[in-house]
Design a protein around this ligand. Structure first.
Ligand code: FE2
Ligand code: FE2
Length: 214
């Protein structure tokens, strides 16, 4: 029997593991070495960005009264927790391969997100989360649409990590948007959060992949 529409409306937390073969290099798609390093550089940020998003959403929960939204936020937290743990495994492999940029970028990203959590307003942090998720939604669509071009000839474990992550990201924009709307909703802050998150993440990713390509 097909699931009822109500059962379809909530996200699913999937516990995943990706077996990276011994000897796999950082350019996990030999046909796209530069793209491999762009993805690697973005991956380095996940164990710092996603716990920051989780902390922001946990704090947001204190002011949310809608039980459906509270449920969505819990599932969002469940998915993000699984994402960053899987990225940690891949990032560990990148460090073991001897890339000096890995610990350097990890230290910078850790400091960035700790500072946002500690020094920035809650309005900023919610706007950053909503802005990041809006960007992740479009990246997710792009990765799925262009999967043959970007992931053809790739190692299946890394390709699956990225595609699994970003398919789940497609569900996140709605949650953070609903939270933003329930708690703040100022359009100017929404636009500011989107541009800030986009520029910050793109700048750090560019810095990371350039260092890894050397
Ligand atoms: Fe995620
Ligand atoms: Fe997300």
């Amino acid at each position: 029997m097909p699931p009822t529409p109500a059962a379809d409306q909530h996200m699913t937390v999937r516990r995943m593991r990706f077996p990276y073969p011994v000897g796999l290099k950082a350019w996990w798609n030999p046909a796209r070495p530069e793209f491999s390093h762009v993805v690697n550089a973005a991956s380095l940020g996940m164990p710092y960005l996603e716990p920051y998003l989780i902390d922001t959403m946990r704090k947001a929960k204190e002011s949310i009264t809608d039980p459906e939204l509270l449920k969505d936020v819990d599932l969002y937290i469940g998915q993000e927790s699984t994402h960053f743990r899987q990225h940690q495994q891949w990032n560990k492999r990148l460090a073991e391969l001897g890339y000096k940029a890995v610990p350097k970028m990890e230290a910078l990203l850790k400091a960035d997100y700790e500072a946002f959590g500690r020094n920035r307003s809650f309005a900023f942090n919610v706007a950053y989360a909503e802005g990041f998720e809006a960007m992740a939604l479009t990246i997710g669509h792009m990765l799925v649409e262009e999967r043959e071009h970007l992931f053809g000839y790739a190692d299946p474990a890394v390709a699956s990590l990225i595609l699994w992550h970003f398919v789940e990201e497609i569900e996140h924009k709605t949650v953070t948007y609903d939270v933003f709307k329930a708690l703040d909703g100022r359009y100017a802050w929404r636009i500011y959060g989107m541009f800030y998150a986009m520029i910050h993440i793109m700048a750090r990713t560019r810095q990371g992949y350039r260092a890894m390509l050397i």
